[in-house]
Design a protein around this ligand. Structure first.
Ligand code: CO
Length: 214
């Protein structure tokens, strides 16, 4: 018997359901993808990108890693960003965190977990940057949740620090970068009201001179 047969059964039923609604769906989709959105989210199994915003295959380009971190030396994330912005021409990039994130929680605790400590060090950087505010929070769960929000906001800025995004804005490309957070307990998304749409909103330290700029 085939290993993990139930997953293949699920897949067959799923493809049949979609084909029933739209017989041409997969054939049309196989010829091109033209998503308007790049979702950068957490790998957590409870935060499935397409389901949360109820989008079909083809509508959302997705990159997920532990704690939705955007690091310029991460070739994987940067390649996804470059392809999404320059080739697919997405109009929106959303960094989507979630409350109670295990990666954020781990980064707030002193015990090491092995290799992943190197990755979570980026979250410790967020902690250090916002130490003055975070010191005021006594309750650990509240601290985790505020850190989850601050991490999203910092990662939004990291997206905008990329020369890929800045060049797109300089070309006049319509591109917005958003910060959202998801609550596992009720399945709802919340907009953190950080939306960056042009190079004027990027800190001068991170700004790259664009062709034609003095
Ligand atoms: Co998480």
């Amino acid at each position: 018997m085939r290993v993990l047969k139930h997953l293949f059964d699920n897949n067959k039923a799923w493809s049949e359901r979609i084909t029933e609604r739209d017989p041409q769906f997969f054939e049309t989709l196989s010829k091109q993808q033209a998503p308007e959105y790049l979702w950068i989210g957490c790998s957590d199994s409870r935060v499935p990108a397409n389901d949360i915003v109820d989008l079909l295959p083809g509508e959302l380009f997705v990159h997920r890693n532990v704690a939705n971190v955007v690091v310029p030396s991460d070739m994987n994330c940067m390649s996804v960003l470059q392809f999404a912005v320059e080739v697919l021409g997405v109009k929106h990039v959303m960094v989507v965190g979630h409350y109670g994130c295990g990666g954020v929680r781990a980064a707030l605790q002193p015990q090491g977990l092995g290799l992943i400590d190197h990755w979570l060090c980026h979250i410790k950087d967020v902690h250090r940057r916002h130490e003055a505010e975070l010191k005021q929070i006594d309750d650990f769960d509240q601290l985790v949740d505020r850190m989850c929000e601050l991490n999203v906001i910092d990662q939004v800025y990291n997206v905008c620090h990329s020369p890929i995004v800045q060049a797109a804005w300089a070309r006049g490309q319509d591109l917005s970068v958003h910060g959202w957070i998801y609550r596992l307990e009720n399945g709802r998304l919340h907009d953190l009201d950080v939306c960056i749409t042009c190079n004027d909103d990027v800190h001068s330290v991170y700004r790259y001179r664009q062709p034609g700029e003095a």
